[in-house]
Design a protein around this ligand. Structure first.
Ligand SMILES: [Mg+2]
Length: 182
């Protein structure tokens, strides 16, 4: 296995702590320990990074785009402290009911990211904590890494027996594995 050219990251439960009612303000946005440093390591290795995140609270009218932007401003500020940056952010605002293929487990956002960076699925890997992340990766033909943060332990316990995944404690461990080329 070689080092991928693009790593797709779920946001809630991977980069920041998830909440049962999801993150609705910058105050509710709390980074996972080691996440910013892990993204900095991907940056230094020349790996492109993109967030692919479902945010149904936008479709439900619970938060608006301006609030999402302020939440992401807090994320970008936390990353800057570690000389880290995310190259692109893809958001699916769809509600689960009648969602488009952009909402995970659909592969739409993953395709958009691979198109933007002109990287094929076999040079792309995804890191997430939910079964919907895994299914989106499978649909896009992208290798999947499950982290045990967020919903990860629950997801691990319910994995189908034929699921092909690497499991790591958190984003830092997943990135170490990916950059180790193992
Ligand atoms: Mg998640």
């Amino acid at each position: 296995m070689t080092i991928p050219r693009l790593v797709l990251l779920d946001r809630d439960g991977v980069i920041n702590h998830d909440r049962p009612d999801s993150v609705k303000s910058p105050d509710e946005f709390v980074m996972v320990d080691g996440a910013a440093a892990a993204i900095a390591r991907l940056n230094r290795a020349g790996v492109k990074t993109a967030i692919v995140t479902n945010q149904a609270n936008i479709g439900r009218g619970i938060i608006d785009q301006a609030m999402l932007d302020s939440i992401h401003d807090k994320l970008f500020a936390a990353l800057r402290l570690h000389n880290a940056a995310i190259d692109a952010v893809f958001v699916a605002p769809d509600r689960p009911e009648g969602a488009s293929i952009r909402r995970k487990p659909g592969a739409g956002m993953l395709w958009e990211a691979m198109t933007q960076f002109d990287v094929p699925p076999d040079a792309t890997e995804m890191i997430g904590d939910a079964e919907t992340d895994r299914l989106a990766a499978v649909a896009a033909g992208v290798a999947f890494h499950l982290v045990r943060s967020g919903k990860g332990r629950e997801t691990e316990a319910a994995l189908p027996s034929d699921a092909v995944v690497r499991i790591h404690d958190d984003l830092g461990q997943a990135v170490s594995f990916i950059l180790g080329g193992g």
